[in-house]
Structures are given as structure tokens and as C-alpha cells.
Design a protein around this ligand. Structure first.
Ligand code: GLN
Length: 506
């Protein structure tokens, strides 16, 4: 049994901040107890790299800032990063043998901003290799266990992040979401997670998978905690060419998300028991079809009923190309991956084969040894769909579908609903090893998350109950572009009247 870390005694990040400000607890105490908890929970395999000295140095700096009154908003808060963000000091592997032992000379923007805000990093969290997966079974460093049931996967690819938050080893963690990798593990581990609008959080220093889809997002117990992190990490970054600057002026100001949150709060904060009065929730019929397991459907239905009790109304909507998101995504993401992963050639950095004849053999052996099966599968698919004679049939066709999927969401938001809700995953967490003989079975589990990613929309996962075997279920809340403040406010209203997000397997 893990001894709970000290930070669990306080009510979320806000409670932690108050306790730190009043010096009831020090950043060093918090860091030491979190490091001890991580050590005791090492059988989860959620951490890949811990360096107590680096962590304690950050904690000491936070204590100095707190004492001098110059502390940032997250000073002393223990967090950890998915190993898909490069970090100065800690190794970065992206879950791959290809990057074994790699230490980046710079920090990712997300890492840098959290550090500037005073957050204390406990280290790097396990993930699927190059973020490719739905169960965290594709890590070269072994599967991560779901803290609710060690036989179960935590979801992927940010499985280490979700497991560490669920086990309360950290107050929050960073993740990345290309086709669902923040929302899906959040759902399967019973924590909250948000993937913001594409382009609002910098990708600089994120190990690239599918660049037109990759987006960073936080995982934490509650929606309020997510707001704390998102507020710090979002905003324009000149070092990322897809970072949004002009699209919406409000996007680039610090505190944007918080203001969005407040605005949504005031709009929906009609006094009394119906704070969400008038909110129109679109419920897509395609998200409740035959593929949805009854236990997940029941928990999601109960959550929708709770939102109705808060004053929201349900509106049936249709996202007719929901299932087509799978083939579209599994053409586009591998195409971009095959291009992004070409950089790992054994020449500049990453694994190099010990023995080879000529340059070609050096490259092919290095790649054969460095990449795992799923990554090779994606590179093969991606190279194929981009090749001469097939490009039009596969890649361009998938891009057309992508546009139509995005238009389906816009049709719903244009005049039918304010947000869309549904399940995150078709089932609760599977057992580790269940899909070992059928690698594409996992791909189908992404059916409710991929469309959002292809469209670039913001969406979150909020714990809403438990299903088969006592395994957690998540509710997905999808917004229109730049609506993350509103999503967080809506989820917060739900979390004020429910306690699913407070449950932990400890
Ligand atoms: N499960 C999806 C995939 O394997 C999504 C992963 C992700 O979002 N990083 O590609």
C-alpha cells in the first residue's frame, strides 16, 4: 500500500497554493514526500526518469520565491511530464529505445512555462513509443499498470501521466493528444484531462508524431486543477510555426483561459440549483451505437442526466462521419509520422547500430533496432500512403474526409448546440495483453476521440463513474474552437455536485 504523498492532504492546486503561501508546508517537504510515494509505487511503471537532486533544486528555488513574495502561480506544486516533452537535465526517450539515454539541450515550451510558474517536476512519465498507442503497452520500457486494477491498461499514450495522477503521485501531469492520448487515459484512470484547441499550446520541444494533430494538454484530478495548468502553458509561441497568433486576439494574452472560465462562469452562474440553465448539450447518436459497452453507456447517461438536473438541455445531433475518423486518422497520422521519424537515422542523434557495413546498412540497422513494432507499422503505412501512385487514393482522400469531419462539428455548433457530450472510449480499460495478437483492435478504441483531433477542437474527459470490474468511465465534453474556458467551467459545475473526480484507488 502506497503512503499518500503530502500534497493529497490539500484541496487541489488552489488548496496547495494557499498552504504553501501560508508556509504550512514547504515545497521541499512536498517534493520529498512525492518522491517517496513515487518510489513506493514503482510497480506501476509510471515513471521513466526520476532525479531527486533536480527535483529538490526546483523545490528549494520555489521555497525561496515563496519566502520572498515573488512566487509564480504554481510555486511548489509537484507535477511531472510525459516523456514526449524534451527536458534539460532529465533524459527524454518518448518511450523509445531509439532515444535511450538522450538528454535534450533545451526545455520544451510547456516545460519551460511550468517551471517559470514555479511548478516542481518529479521527472518523466512513461508513454507509448512516440505516443503511438491506446494502452501504453507500446513503450520500449514496459507497460504501465492502471492504479485501479494492476491487470488493466491505463490507456495511452499518456498512460504514465494518467496513472501517476490517479495514484496521486503528483498534483498534475502533462500529456500530449494526437488522436485521444490525453482524454483516453484520463477516462480509463478516472482523472480529468483536456486537449485544447490545436495551436493554442506550443508544440516546441514536443517529440513530433503527427504534427497537424499533436497538441499538449494537462491531466489532473479536477477541472479546476486543469485550469491552473492550461492557463500557464497556453498562448502564442514564436518558436512553433503553428502556434496561433492572429486568429483570436484574446488567445495570446496570459490568463486567457482563466478569463474564458470566468466569462463562462458568469454566463452560467445563475444562482440556485440550475447553474447551467440554457446550456444546449449536443448528444451525437453515432456515439451511442452498437459498439458502446452497456456499462460505459450507463455511466455516461447518468452524467447527462446530472447535467440536465443542473439546467442544461439535451439536443440530439448527428456526426455522420464518426466511424470514418478511424481510416482518415490512421492514414494521416502515420503519413506525418513517417515523415517526422525520418530524422532518426543513427547519424545525428538517437540509437546507432553497433555493427554495419556501409551508410545504408547503418541507417537501416539503426532503425530496425531502435523502433518497436507499432512504430514500424506506422512508418510502413505512412510511407505507402504517401508514395507515388497511392497518394491521391489514400492521403488526399483522407484529407478530404478530415475536412468533412470538421464541417460536421461546425454544423452542430452553428445552430443546434453549445457543447457536445458523449463517451471517451467504447469500453472500460482492457487487460494488459488483451490485444497483443491484433494490433489494429486498439485503433477501434479511438472512435470517439479521433474526430475531435482531426477537426482541431478542444475536448476534455471528466470522470463520471465506474463500469465493469470497478474500472473508471470518462465523459467527453467537446467544445467549439477556443472554448476551453467554457468546457472547464461546465465540467467544474458538474464536479461541484459529484465526487467521481475525488475518488482515488489509494
Ligand atoms: N491511439 C491513437 C494512436 O495510436 C492516438 C495516440 C495519441 O493521441 N498520441 O495514434
Amino acid at each position: 500500500m502506497t503512503k499518500p504523498a503530502l500534497h493529497t492532504q490539500f484541496e487541489g492546486i488552489a488548496g496547495l497554493r494557499a498552504a504553501l503561501a501560508q508556509r504550512q508546508v514547504s515545497a521541499v517537504d512536498l517534493a520529498q514526500s512525492a518522491l517517496a510515494a513515487a518510489e513506493t509505487a514503482s510497480s506501476l511503471n509510471s515513471f521513466l526518469h526520476i532525479d531527486a537532486e533536480l527535483t529538490l533544486a526546483q523545490a528549494r528555488a520555489a521555497d525561496v520565491a515563496l519566502a520572498s513574495g515573488s512566487a509564480g502561480p504554481l510555486a511548489g506544486v509537484p507535477i511531472a511530464h510525459k516523456d514526449a516533452f524534451v527536458t534539460r537535465g532529465w533524459r527524454t526517450t518518448a518511450g523509445s529505445k531509439m532515444l535511450d539515454g538522450y538528454v535534450s539541450p533545451f526545455d520544451a515550451t510547456v516545460v519551460e512555462r511550468l517551471q517559470q510558474a514555479g511548478a516542481v517536476s518529479l521527472g518523466k512519465l512513461n508513454c507509448d513509443e512516440f505516443a503511438m498507442g491506446s494502452g501504453n503497452e507500446n513503450s520500449a520500457y514496459g507497460a504501465v499498470k492502471n492504479p485501479w486494477d494492476h491487470a488493466a491498461v491505463p490507456g495511452g499514450s499518456s498512460g504514465g501521466s494518467a496513472a501517476a495522477v490517479a495514484a496521486r503521485l503528483v498534483a498534475a501531469a502533462t500529456g500530449t493528444d494526437t488522436g485521444g492520448s490525453v482524454r483516453q487515459p484520463a477516462a480509463l484512470c478516472g482523472v480529468s484531462g483536456i486537449k485544447p484547441t490545436y495551436g493554442t499550446v506550443s508544440r516546441y520541444g514536443m517529440v513530433a508524431f503527427g504534427s497537424s494533430l499533436d497538441q499538449a494538454g494537462p491531466l489532473a484530478p479536477s477541472s479546476r486543477d486543469l485550469l491552473e495548468l492550461l492557463d500557464v502553458i497556453s498562448g502564442f509561441d514564436p518558436r512553433d510555426a503553428t502556434s496561433l497568433q492572429k486568429c483570436d486576439d484574446a488567445v495570446n494574452e496570459p490568463g486567457r483561459v482563466r478569463r474564458g472560465f470566468d466569462a463562462a462562469q458568469s454566463r452560467f452562474d445563475a444562482a440556485g440549483s440550475q447553474p447551467l440553465k440554457g446550456l444546449r448539450i449536443g448528444v451525437p447518436e453515432e456515439y451511442f451505437g452498437a459498439g458502446l459497452a452497456p456499462d460505459v453507456a450507463a455511466a455516461v447517461e447518468a452524467a447527462l442526466a446530472q447535467f440536465e438536473a443542473l439546467g442544461a438541455v439535451r439536443v440530439p445531433v448527428s456526426l455522420p462521419r464518426t466511424e470514418l475518423a478511424i481510416p482518415a486518422y490512421y492514414v494521416i497520422a502515420p503519413a506525418e509520422a513517417s515523415s517526422n521519424l525520418a530524422r532518426y537515422d543513427g547519424v545525428r542523434y538517437g540509437h546507432r547500430a553497433a555493427q554495419y557495413g556501409d551508410l545504408n546498412e547503418m541507417i537501416s540497422r539503426s532503425r530496425a533496432e531502435g523502433f518497436g513494432d507499432e512504430v514500424k507499422r506506422r512508418i510502413l503505412i505512412g510511407t505507402y500512403v504517401l508514395s507515388h501512385g497511392y497518394y491521391d487514393a489514400y492521403y488526399l482522400q483522407a484529407q478530404r474526409l478530415r475536412r468533412m469531419i470538421a464541417q460536421d462539428f461546425q454544423r452542430a455548433y452553428a445552430d443546434q448546440c453549445d457543447v457536445i457530450m458523449g463517451p471517451v472510449t467504447p469500453t472500460v480499460a482492457k487487460n494488459i495483453g488483451d490485444n497483443r495478437d491484433d494490433p489494429t483492435a486498439d485503433w477501434l478504441a479511438d472512435v470517439y476521440t479521433l474526430g475531435v483531433s482531426l477537426a482541431g477542437l478542444p475536448a476534455m474527459s471528466v470522470p463520471c463513474g465506474f463500469g465493469h470490474g470497478g474500472r473508471p468511465v470518462g465523459l467527453q465534453i467537446i467544445g467549439n474552437y477556443f472554448d476551453e474556458g467554457r468546457l472547464l467551467a461546465i465540467a467544474d459545475r458538474y464536479q461541484q455536485v459529484t465526487d467521481w473526480h475525488k475518488r482515488s484507488p489509494l
